[in-house]
Design a protein around this ligand. Structure first.
Ligand code: ZN
Length: 476
């Protein structure tokens, strides 16, 4: 009875709070003991000189999400979660997206079919609400929240997804009543449409103009409006994929007022700029994502936000489209105006190594903050903690062992996604996850993927905040 399935020895164990050198024992997929000189396990891993971290929780990634006609995501649950595991991530939370006019529940059922038997690591779902009909708000959404789908994303832009302010208010009111978390894609749709038409009229249609059609002011205004709507309803919101200083100022302002406003950013806002969209021919399409990457000053602002606590969550926003593919970036042809290029870039495997190398080993954030941003906070905010996102007795044995001495170069040929490029090709990094463990099973070790499709399980989320029945406080 006392025997352990696995013991990880002598590593520097890091949580969002502490660092200590100790052994970790695993039985039946959970952490059951931590201490010095633990007895032998059936399998042993020596982690001397290495960091033992909670596996990453990637709380913003898109896998096998149904797209418009003629466009297909490059990664399904198998290739996407394989890539995640090889980059030190052990939980993903992709999106079950409702189509306008369709049922939200049907979207969840369809998404389970896509994940089932394919995922190599554990997963939960966020919802995307694109049609805030009475049936969705009154019936489907409360039932889904009760069943463990406790967070959803809403969009202020994209014609096929966006909600207007009234619909956002009504959706936020449901989040408050039912105890759910709302994620907001904050960009002003009308400003973008007007700028896009204006640019097109003067022939500015190359990929680089994508950035001009979505300037910071468009993101700043929507961020402020999302915060105001959430303040009116008195419920928390998380502003996703924040790209630069102006939106950060809005979030900091809200946090200073004591509002429960959270911020998320992503690698593309630390390592890319709008210049990456301005490459020869159509190459800039590889870095078309929304909001777009900005400039060096904004990159510095995003680093500041990670250091000083404006941001709680660091996600990939992995949205995988192949470049040289008529269902990917070239779906509308290789001279298509920028507004027809599928939005999104890959990054599920490079998320953690980029932040570890440049953030932790670069001296910008300490390693406990790295754990908080990439695992503990997302697990807490979305209701998976303490089962996920930390190293503690009773938690799932989801662990990434990092060797800070490894030096390596990002090469797409060596990544495990199904995308034919990475925006970070050729970047030299220090530190890498050398072993990833998912519920006690080694899924990545010494450069080899060891997992199997289907071993990952669906994990329902707890309510991130207490439900507040009608009548309390503001009378909702
Ligand atoms: Zn988004």
């Amino acid at each position: 009875m006392n025997s352990f399935d696995l013991v990880i020895r002598n590593g520097t164990v890091v949580t969002a709070a502490d660092t200590s050198i100790c052994d970790i024992a695993v039985r039946d997929g959970r952490i059951v003991a931590m201490g010095e000189g633990l007895e032998a396990g059936r399998e042993e891993i020596d982690a001397s000189g290495q960091f033992v971290l909670p596996g990453g929780v990637d709380a913003h990634c898109h896998l096998d999400q149904p797209m418009g006609p003629g466009v297909q995501m490059a990664d399904d649950f198998e290739s996407g979660t394989r890539s995640a595991a090889c980059g030190g991530t052990t939980t993903v939370i992709p999106f079950a997206a409702q189509e306008k006019g369709a049922s939200l529940k049907a979207a969840v059922e369809d998404y389970h079919r896509r994940a089932n038997g394919k995922s190599c690591i554990d997963y939960a779902f966020h919802l995307i609400i694109s049609d805030a009909s009475q049936d969705v708000l009154v019936r489907e959404l409360p039932e889904l929240i009760e069943a463990g789908y406790t967070s959803f994303k809403i969009y202020m832009t994209y014609d096929d997804l966006k909600l207007d302010d009234r619909q956002i208010l009504e959706t936020l009111a449901v989040a408050r009543r039912e105890g759910a978390m709302t994620m907001v894609h904050a960009e002003n749709a009308d400003c973008i449409a007007w700028l896009t038409e204006t640019l097109e009229a003067i022939g500015h249609t190359a990929p680089r103009y994508h950035a001009d059609a979505r300037p910071s002011i468009v993101e700043r205004e929507a961020t402020h409006r999302a915060i105001s709507l959430a303040e009116l309803v008195d419920t928390p919101v998380l502003i996703v994929h924040v790209s630069g200083r102006e939106a950060i100022e809005q979030i900091r302002w809200a946090q200073g007022r004591g509002l429960r406003v959270y911020g998320e950013t992503c690698p593309q806002y630390l390592f890319l700029t709008a210049e990456d969209l301005d490459k020869d021919g159509f190459e800039g399409a590889k870095c078309v994502c929304s909001p777009p990457p900005r400039d060096k000053a904004n990159q510095a602002g995003v680093w500041d936000g990670l250091e000083n606590g404006v941001f709680q969550v660091f996600s990939s926003d992995h949205a995988p489209f192949r470049y040289d593919d008529d269902k990917g970036k070239k779906a509308a042809g290789d001279t298509a105006p920028f507004q027809y290029i599928p939005n999104g870039i890959p990054g599920i495997e490079t998320r953690l190594p980029l932040l570890f190398s440049e953030g932790v080993l670069g001296g910008r954030i300490d390693i406990t903050r790295f754990v908080a941003l990439t695992a503990t906070n997302p697990a807490r905010i979305y209701g998976l903690y303490p089962r996920k996102g930390t190293i503690a007795i009773g938690a799932d044995a989801d662990i990434a062992i990092w060797d800070p001495k490894v030096e390596w170069t990002i090469r797409n040929a060596e990544l495990h996604h199904n995308v034919d490029y990475t925006p970070y090709e050729g970047m030299q990094l220090r530190g890498r996850p050398v072993t990833t463990i998912s519920r006690g099973q080694v899924v990545w070790r010494n450069g080899q993927f060891k997992g199997t499709a289907g071993q990952g399980r669906f994990v329902p989320c707890e309510r991130p905040q207490p439900a507040r029945p009608r009548g309390e406080s503001r009378g909702f």
